[in-house]
Design a protein around this ligand. Structure first.
Ligand code: AMP
Ligand code: MG
Length: 318
């Protein structure tokens, strides 16, 4: 019988070389990162970048994050500044994405950043993806490897569940260490968090010795931050202690629920662990065909902010 996941590849040097060839020919490859799995293409190649949008059915106004191997490579495409240099030396490679001005001579496809004057750049830390970036000559445009609006993938199998064999290669780097998307910070003006994510905005604020504003900017600077997203395809009720009939309950911390429909994000009340388990738990609940999800109150600090931001977007149910 044909293995339905025959496009999942171990991250051997040989397979990374194959991925390089696919990318150089303008194809799309799913890559592991420490945040979530990404759907990657040559960021210089408009035709390749367009494939990402059509595979994901991503709204055409939502720009992509560009993944780089190092600072030197970023400098070729974006205008760097003091805050960028301070942050990148401290937090990269890692789950922090910087929005910078795009350089006038940049070769990054206009389709990737949707013709904006800015570019979202990140250096991922996942070792296989770093290896791949080092054997490639181009940076990689890569959003999360899921259909638009749906749950982000944190394993190679999740990616296969989303796309089947419609993508040529999925590089299997194991389960993502962080499990939620990167934090996005705008550095084109006074630093501002555009999206909470895998690096706590409190940690960034402390490091920069500034108070980062908590409120979203009225002007939409990050077009991906509106409407339904991260959806398990069922209603979500926040700050609940009980599941609805036929519903699942997501708990956090030491709780004495023993029900079959209860899923604990972290029995020890650890927000990092909860973030790591978050998308996987939603996916399990979805696959078990529950009808709704009720969620305990999650503390709104550290990575709890990123979890709550995602829950709010996912709860935007139509
Ligand atoms: P995703 O890769 O789908 O997890 O999301 C990428 C996020 O980065 C989205 O919220 C985008 O709107 C945001 N983003 C990408 N490029 C830019 C940019 N140039 N300016 C502001 N936000 C951006
Ligand atoms: Mg996404």
């Amino acid at each position: 019988m044909k293995n339905i996941y025959s496009n999942i590849y171990k991250p051997t040097n040989n397979n990374l070389s194959k991925a390089k060839v696919v990318i150089e020919k303008g194809g799309v490859v799913a890559i592991p990162t420490e945040t979530v799995y990404g759907l990657a293409a040559n960021a210089y190649n408009t035709r390749a970048v367009k494939k990402i949008f059509s595979l994901k059915k991503r709204p055409s106004n939502n720009p992509l994050i560009i993944h780089f191997k190092n600072i030197k490579q970023i400098k070729k495409e974006a205008v760097i500044n003091k805050n960028f240099l301070r942050l990148v030396k401290r937090f990269s490679p890692g789950p922090l994405t910087y929005v910078l001005k795009k350089k006038s001579g940049s070769r990054i496809s206009k389709i990737a950043n949707k013709g904006l004057a800015t570019l979202a750049v990140r250096i991922p830390s996942e070792k296989n993806t770093i290896k791949l970036l080092h054997i490639l000559k181009c940076p990689l445009a890569a959003p999360s490897a899921n259909r638009s609006k749906s749950l982000s993938p944190t394993t190679a199998k999740h990616v296969a569940e989303e796309f089947g064999n419609s993508i040529r290669m999925i590089i299997d780097g194991g389960a993502c260490k962080i499990g939620i998307e990167s934090t996005v910070i705008d550095l084109t003006t006074k630093p501002k968090i555009l999206r909470e994510g895998g690096l706590s905005s409190e940690v960034i604020g402390k490091f920069l010795k500034i108070r980062l504003s908590e409120k979203q900017n009225k002007i939409i600077k990050s077009p991906g931050q509106i409407g339904l997203h991260y959806s398990p395809g069922m209603p979500i009720y926040m700050n609940r202690e009980k599941a609805t009939k036929d519903g699942a309950l997501i708990t956090f911390g030491k709780k004495n629920y023993s029900n079959q429909n209860t899923f604990n994000l972290s029995t020890g009340g650890n927000l990092k662990e909860a973030a790591k388990n978050f998308f996987n738990t939603l996916r399990i609940i979805k696959n078990k065909k529950f009808k709704s999800i009720s969620v305990n109150k999650i503390p709104n600090k550290d990575l709890g902010k990123a979890i709550n931001e995602r829950l709010r977007r996912a709860a935007y149910y139509e």
